[in-house]
Write a protein that binds this ligand. Sequence first.
Ligand SMILES: [Zn+2]
Ligand SMILES: [Zn+2]
Length: 230
Amino acid sequence: MTKILAVSDVHGEENENLYTYLKNNDDIELVLILGDITDFGPLDFVGTFIDKVADCGVDVIAIPGNCDPKGICNAINEVSFCLHNNIIAYGDAILFGYGGSNETPFNTPGEIQDNKIYGDVYELLANYDYVYNDKVPKVRILVTHAPPYNTEADKMENGQHVGSQGILKSIHEFEPEINVCGHIHEAKSVSKIGKTTDVANPGMLKDNGAVLIDIKDGSNYDISLVSLDE
Ligand SMILES: [Zn+2]
Ligand SMILES: [Zn+2]
């Protein structure tokens, strides 16, 4: 049993409802923060915010977003664990992390060329595949800031899809059970890629969006959108 709550796109604005929700749901063990923690800084906010979340009695793991400045991974690592370009086992899950986003028209600090995203995410998933033991199943969770291309999670208000083709391609190749992502604030959703991968974007923290992943064991889980104000 592992219960994980994912939130995203904080942009420097705390939401008291998150702390209340965590205190009311004390079986949640881990909070994942999916990037854009700050709004182009300041980095001081990272420690303040993560400490407040951790004070609710949970572990915290985070990745940077494209709107976080240089030094964000160090700032995260000072108080918790930065999962960017990294793999960690957590309870019945294996978490693969990749922050930043594919290129945008806004020239933000954390943009990465989509073919590099593809190469890096491919390598993360392939390295784990190499050691995977099917006698001990684990729910593989790809934790990214950018959503996969052409899904519910990357759809802007005007209907245009702006997600990462690299992330989509890696998902097709390795079929992780879950991809939690953020970045497109208005694309709060849970949907599916093919038959294999649940894709969930909680939307902005200030809008009370969060994704709850309730893992019964390494091969059974539920995933749903929750409202932090309920
Ligand atoms: Zn954002
Ligand atoms: Zn973003």
